[in-house]
Design a binder for this molecule. Structure first.
Ligand SMILES: Cc1ncc(COP(=O)(O)O)c(C=O)c1O
Length: 376
């Protein structure tokens, strides 16, 4: 074999690694992290991704998983067992809420939801068997900003772990572990990979023993990511900082434009001074507010359809955080599994559109919105 020194990590698209003899096998078990055995247990591409995300989030280590959902599952199963109780912020991604209420309850993990108004005083929600609370840095889809330091003080007082879904903010804006959270998860599918071509997740931990549990759950449940997806995500991650600056700058310009438009009834974006947690968002996000915003047009499906059909380059795509702008419809997609009462309570109506601002020239985005709003 010639002496090859690649500048970037090659793709180790292999399910298994070989050993010369029993001595090498013993080295694998005796010196963890020095060699590889089986891709479900570890692979150079997924390890590279885990290490890079861990650096950004300032953890003791990270575990990469097959999706954001499996990252949430791994984080919860690392800490909880049957008979335990989990708290969850009421304003949360619909899939997270479905995982808790429809699946984890089936294996004996109880769930309680905390209304936004009560987030920082958990006395009436914590039970003797409560182990953790799950919340998002910025809620999906209405961009309520969580005061992580304050919640971490409360979860620590209650002796429960705080798990933060940092997908919407990314570590460029906010590093929850440095603010007192115990575990951070991401849907790597979104900003971290950034190009709408990967489905992946990651769990980053503050304590070594939690990290070891997450690693074990990932391996034993088979929640691992494939090498190629790990490679793609690690490649995308290299431009995260640049992308977040452009997403944030575009997000602010689009939000300001929408805010003054007569056909737009409401805009939710933490960068707007009118946003209830604007000051907190500014300080917790290093002056950046990200690319996600939501806005409300006329509460009629026909108006929403006309608006969507009049956008020539901005697609309706039920995901977010890619380099190309897209819109989504929370009521019809991410929050579809909630009851009509829950949807109503959260304010997710038919006219609410979620806007994932890409990194295009902002003038192009605004011109396209202007034309589409004209037909509403
Ligand atoms: C905030 C948030 N967390 C977690 C997830 C789940 O991630 P994935 O689709 O990668 O499983 C999503 C997906 O939209 C999300 O928006």
């Amino acid at each position: 074999m010639p002496n090859i020194h690649p500048k970037t990590t090659p793709i180790y698209q292999t399910s298994v690694f070989t050993f010369d003899d029993l001595n090498e096998l013993e080295l694998y078990f005796g010196q963890p992290g020095q060699s590889y055995m089986y891709t479900r247990y570890g692979n150079p591409n997924t390890d590279e991704l885990a290490q890079e995300v861990n650096k950004l989030e300032s953890g003791v280590g990270a575990v990469v998983t097959s999706s954001g959902m499996s990252a949430i599952l791994a984080a919860i199963l690392a800490v909880c067992q049957a008979g335990d109780h989990v708290l969850c912020a009421e304003e949360i991604y619909g899939g997270s809420s479905a995982l808790l209420t429809q699946e984890l309850t089936r294996v004996g993990i109880e769930v309680g939801f905390v209304p936004t108004a009560d987030t920082y005083t958990l006395d009436s929600y914590v039970q003797p068997n409560t182990r953790l609370m799950l919340a998002e840095t910025m809620s999906n889809p209405l961009l309520q900003v969580l005061n992580i330091t304050r919640l971490a003080q409360e979860t620590s007082r209650q002796s429960i772990k705080l798990v933060i879904d940092n997908t919407f903010a990314s570590p460029i804006l906010t590093k929850p572990l440095t603010l007192g959270a115990d575990i951070v998860i991401h849907s790597v599918t979104k900003y971290l990979s950034g190009h709408s071509d990967v489905t992946a997740g990651v769990v980053i931990c503050r304590a070594q023993e939690v990290l070891q549990r997450v690693q074990k759950v990932m391996m034993v449940y088979g929640l691992n990511l494939s090498p190629f997806e790990g490679w793609l995500a690690a490649r995308g991650l290299k431009t995260l900082r640049l992308r977040m600056k452009q997403h944030s700058s575009n997000g602010l310009q689009v939000a300001r434009y929408l805010q003054q438009h007569p056909k737009v009834e409401k805009v939710w974006y933490p960068g707007l001074e009118e946003h209830p947690q604007h000051e907190l968002a500014k300080q917790q996000g290093q002056g950046l507010f990200g690319g996600m915003l939501s806005f409300q047009i006329k509460d009629e499906a026909e108006a929403v359809n006309r608006f969507m059909q009049a956008l020539p380059t901005i697609p309706f795509a039920p995901s977010l955080a890619g380099v190309n702008t897209s819109i989504s419809h929370p009521l019809g997609t991410s929050h579809r599994s909630l009851t009509p009462e829950q949807q109503q309570k959260l304010g997710i109506t038919v006219g609410v559109i979620r806007f994932s601002t890409g990194i295009e020239e902002p003038e192009e985005l605004i011109a396209e919105l202007e034309a589409a709003l004209a037909v509403v």
